[in-house]
Design a protein around this ligand. Structure first.
Ligand SMILES: Nc1ncnc2c1ncn2[C@@H]1O[C@H](COP(=O)(O)OP(=O)(O)OP(=O)(O)O)[C@@H](O)[C@H]1O
Ligand SMILES: [Mg+2]
Length: 229
């Protein structure tokens, strides 16, 4: 039995409907699920099954069309009513770190500068220490003064992960984080997620087509046509 107090994200009958001309696309079609603090969850399913849409809804990057979305006990969306924008911005900033398939590094900034880019709240000296600690954790210490073009794909994705963690999020969201990597680099990223989850207690939700990566997550959630199966 799950205890609602442990739910960091909770969704009930959540829907996202895109309207394209006269067509209504039920991208997320009535999903109910809970994510507990410390969970490591992988969303899998065929192309177009709604994985990215669901991830964006959970990460408060996109607005649901119906249902209920609760994050850390606060209603982000409840049957047509939204949390106010200021609260939402704070939630996105404080709670979530985001990693995407394309790494989105700034080409003119060094690895260290890229990691520090979103740094927001605490003192610069502390952020600097956090960046060094993350670089160490992700095997990037020897690359800190390099530019992205001097890195391998796997290293670029590790920089993107460090950058997603610089503000100490409680939930890491990743969409196809190994989509642009070969199998060896993918394995390295997979090991890093496991380590972050196990050793740092980070809650991780990712979307992947990579079987090994999905297998390494504690929970696998399969989607088809916007529904859980
Ligand atoms: N902005 C949008 N406008 C209209 N339809 C959209 C939009 N984004 C996604 N869709 C549609 O919603 C459905 C779900 O898309 P989504 O991107 O969530 O799938 P996915 O499971 O992430 O697929 P993939 O594995 O290819 O990334 C698809 O039918 C897609 O065409
Ligand atoms: Mg997708």
């Amino acid at each position: 039995m799950s205890n609602s107090a442990n739910h960091i994200i909770s969704v009930s009958d959540l829907k996202k409907i895109y309207i394209r001309g006269s067509e209504h696309i039920h991208a997320v079609d009535g999903i109910t699920l809970d994510v507990n603090q410390g969970d490591y969850t992988a969303f899998v399913g065929p192309s177009g099954s709604g994985k990215t849409t669901l991830l964006h809804l959970l990460g408060c990057l996109d607005n649901p069309s119906a249902g209920v979305l609760t994050v850390e006990g606060k209603a982000v969306y409840d049957k047509g009513k939204f949390m106010n924008e200021r609260e939402l911005t704070k939630l996105r900033r404080d709670l979530f770190g985001y990693v995407f398939q394309k790494f989105y590094l700034i080409p003119t900034l060094t690895v260290k500068e890229n990691i520090l880019l979103p740094f927001a709240f605490y003192r610069k000296a502390e952020a600097d220490k956090t960046a060094d600690r993350l670089a160490d954790l992700l095997g990037l210490s020897h690359r800190l003064s390099h530019l992205p073009k001097e890195l391998s794909g796997g290293e670029m994705q590790r920089v993107a992960i460090a950058r997603a963690l610089i503000n100490k999020p409680r939930i890491l969201l990743a969409d196809e984080p190994t989509g642009n990597l070969d199998s060896k680099r993918s394995e390295e990223i997979s090991d890093i997620f496991c380590k972050l989850n196990r050793e740092e207690g980070l809650t991780i939700i990712l979307v992947t087509h990579n079987h090994a990566l999905a297998e390494s997550a504690g929970k696998m959630v399969e989607l088809k046509d916007g529904k859980l199966i």
